[in-house]
Write a protein that binds this ligand. Structure first.
Ligand SMILES: [Zn+2]
Length: 113
């Protein structure tokens, strides 16, 4: 766990989560709650409510399927346009590592032949 601009060192929390022997707890600036307590609570919540969460996600997905897929599609296209060069370079590198000899770019893949 590291200090970022989202965290600060505050008073020791009630569970005594000491941050690297400083005698303080790492807390979220936004909520002022201890990071480790929050994580524990979240893990516990997820464990206790696994079925509810899965059901909620599925319902949310079903209700908003069109919207989600559209968003993803736009995002993917946008992301590809923005990062075309990097993606192609990465793919070339990746293929070079795993499948020596072939040199197909994303553009080649997108073209239906
Ligand atoms: Zn704590």
């Amino acid at each position: 766990m590291v200090l970022t601009d989202k965290h600060y060192l505050g008073t020791l929390c009630k569970r005594g989560h000491d941050y690297r022997g400083t005698g303080n707890s790492l807390r979220y600036k936004k909520f002022r709650s201890c990071v480790r307590c929050s994580k524990q609570q979240h893990t516990k919540y997820v464990e206790d409510n696994q079925d509810t969460i899965i059901q909620y996600r599925q319902e949310y997905y079903q209700k908003n399927k069109a919207k989600i897929l559209q968003k993803q599609n736009i995002y993917n296209k946008h992301y590809y346009q923005e990062n075309k060069k990097d993606i192609n370079e990465y793919q070339k590198f990746y293929r070079g590592q795993h499948n020596k000899g072939t040199d197909i770019s994303m553009e080649d893949c997108l073209e239906v032949k």
